[in-house]
Design a protein around this ligand. Structure first.
Ligand SMILES: Cc1ncc(COP(=O)(O)O)c(C=O)c1O
Length: 382
């Protein structure tokens, strides 16, 4: 099977598996225990936090638990941001039209509880339009949340510009950076945002852990209760083993990025070019404009072909890809991102997502292009 669904999840790197196996072998790692073993676990957890914060440009303070809150993954961190941030101010919440369901559906819940939610539109290239934001922020606003890069198209969003507006209006900005971390260089302090979501299983780290990174100005209200861990902001015994896997996978992602980023981009462009050459531009379109994308993501439409049928046909010939967000897979729901971009129905209903990783090879990409072209031609036959 050739795996081109790395935006859904990636393979755990061997070095990360080894680091976690070593940690699991210690046997007793509860950072809240008072004995020496517990103190050792606490130091190791704090070390992992400090490394993650310093790699991503976070604030290193005395209470690191205040600045990097470990969660069970990106979904929990996004929910924690939407429900827990900015509670000192009552008021509306603003998101974009292309957020992951862990933001958009959390916003639906807020709406159901009576919070006004406004949605920034995107243009046909999938870029968030923020012209109205300054105006909207004249009304009391608790939080703005906009993703750094879209999980379906890979399109990189104008976060610096949005952050400048939020800063002027003194409204916290949360950024879902799940797909961007480890794929493009990024620095939390340079972005000057209030909070950021990270999920290491997208960069060859473990599933089951994520984090919400916070600046020193914001206060987080907990969503769960019943423990003093993580300064009560996210109670529950922390997994030192998973935190070590998180730390190691981030170190590796950043170390390999200068070589892997351009290589993935070349392979992705090669894949799109091969498909275009094989099928012609009347049989396929790439869902992007002339804008900046993550280097490893491609969203391609084959008008006239049903996307579910294509993904299934590709699975049968040994290519694992998806129709969009893994959280919506298994359902035939149309992509909210492509709908928000105002694309034609024939494009929306025929689009698939191909996402590479730093381990994807040229041979695999040549083979994927061949298998997709064959499947598309076969499915087109009357
Ligand atoms: C942009 C984005 N945000 C959040 C998530 C959720 O992350 P997790 O799978 O760690 O819950 C995903 C997962 O696909 C994502 O792509």
């Amino acid at each position: 099977m050739i795996y081109v669904d790395n935006n859904a999840t990636t393979r755990l790197a061997d070095e990360v598996a080894q680091a976690m196996a070593d940690a699991f072998a210690v046997g007793y790692l509860n950072p809240s225990s008072q004995h020496q073993l517990g103190q050792k676990a606490r130091r190791r957890l704090d070390d992992a936090r400090e490394t993650i914060l310093s790699i991503l440009g976070g604030e290193i303070t005395k209470f690191l638990g205040d600045r990097l809150v470990f969660t069970s993954g990106g979904t929990e961190a996004n929910n924690l941001a939407l429900f827990g941030l900015g509670h000192e101010t009552a008021g509306q919440v603003i998101i974009s039209a292309i957020e992951h369901p862990s933001i958009s559906e959390a916003a639906d819940r807020l709406r159901a509880f009576g919070t006004a939610v406004r949605v920034l539109p995107v243009n046909s290239e999938g870029v968030v339009q923020y012209d109205q934001l300054d105006d909207w922020l004249t009304e009391p606003t608790r939080l703005v949340s906009v993703m750094l890069a879209n999980n379906e198209t890979g399109v990189i969003q104008p976060i610096e510009e949005i952050a400048a507006i939020c800063r002027d209006r003194k409204v916290p900005l949360h950024v879902d950076a799940v797909q961007a971390v480890g794929k493009i260089p990024l620095d939390f302090s340079l972005l000057d945002i209030s909070a950021m979501t990270i999920s290491p299983h997208k960069f060859h780290g473990p599933r089951g852990i994520g984090a919400l990174m916070l600046d020193d100005q914001v206060k987080l209200n907990p969503m769960m209760f019943g423990g003093s861990q993580q300064l009560t902001m996210r109670p529950g015994t922390e997994s030192v083993e998973l935190a070590i896997g998180f730390e190691r996978s981030l170190q590796l992602a950043i170390e390999t990025l200068p070589e892997a980023g351009p290589r993935m981009e070349t392979l992705r462009d090669h894949l799109e070019a091969s498909l275009l050459q094989e099928l012609g531009d009347e049989r396929m379109t790439i869902n992007r404009g002339m804008i900046e994308r993550l280097p490893h993501t491609s969203n391609v439409a084959f008008p006239g072909i049903d996307r579910q049928a294509l993904v299934m046909a590709l699975d049968m010939v040994g290519v694992a890809c998806s129709t969009g967000s893994a959280c919506a897979s298994g359902s035939s729901e149309r992509s909210p991102t492509l709908i928000a971009m105002g694309l034609k129905e024939e494009v929306i209903s025929s689009s698939i997502r191909l996402s590479l990783s730093r381990t994807t090879t040229e041979e695999e990409i040549d083979e994927v292009a061949k298998r997709i072209s064959n499947c598309v031609k076969r499915l087109r036959r009357p």
